[in-house]
Design a binder for this molecule. Sequence first.
Ligand SMILES: NC(=O)c1ccc[n+]([C@@H]2O[C@H](COP(=O)([O-])OP(=O)(O)OC[C@H]3O[C@@H](n4cnc5c(N)ncnc54)[C@H](OP(=O)(O)O)[C@@H]3O)[C@@H](O)[C@H]2O)c1
Length: 177
Amino acid sequence: MTDKRKLVLYIATSLDGYIATNEESLDWLFQVEGEGDNGYSEFYKSVDTILIGKKTYDWVMTHEAGEFPYKNKQCYVFTRTVMQNTKDVSFINGDIVDFIHQLKEKEGKNIWIVGGGDLLQSFIKEKLIDELIITVAPTIIGKGIPLFKEGEYQLDLTLKATRTYNQFVELHYSVNT
Ligand SMILES: NC(=O)c1ccc[n+]([C@@H]2O[C@H](COP(=O)([O-])OP(=O)(O)OC[C@H]3O[C@@H](n4cnc5c(N)ncnc54)[C@H](OP(=O)(O)O)[C@@H]3O)[C@@H](O)[C@H]2O)c1
């Protein structure tokens, strides 16, 4: 029997736990000196499916000048409104639990949840995440969009590995079942 594909959070955060400023700037992140691509291409090869919150999707479309960056993967954008699929993404507005369980049953590589924090909270509450790979920037920004929104949940983790990319520290956890 082969292992089921995993749903993995792969995201960068400030040291104080924010994924963007309130104005949705990531300048504080991009200015940090890393090493190579900070493990991104290696991780990207390990997934064939990508899950994105609607605000993060909007951010990507604005900042990548309308050119979708994950064209060679199966991409799903989560929203509570009904939207027309594009050639690059399918919009999902139904029950996330059923949808994710069906996705995990399919053959394939791992599944990347890009974020943001709002979508992530739904996934954590429903215990859908298998692993977390969090890259910490050596920056404290004081306020912003939180990686982990306040809420009624607890997730117990096991540290699998740590890596450093110059100024970044990557923390790799599996979720205890
Ligand atoms: N540092 C990083 O590595 C990183 C990574 C990812 C994102 N970001 C940043 O994070 C910011 C956005 O994060 P965010 O937390 O504000 O928003 P988000 O999670 O990207 O998107 C929130 C939206 O997703 C939809 N959504 C959330 N939960 C849902 C559910 N259970 N079912 C269906 N739809 C659901 C809703 O869309 P509707 O309102 O359309 O219903 C909601 O308004 C952006 O600035 C982005 O650049 C940073």
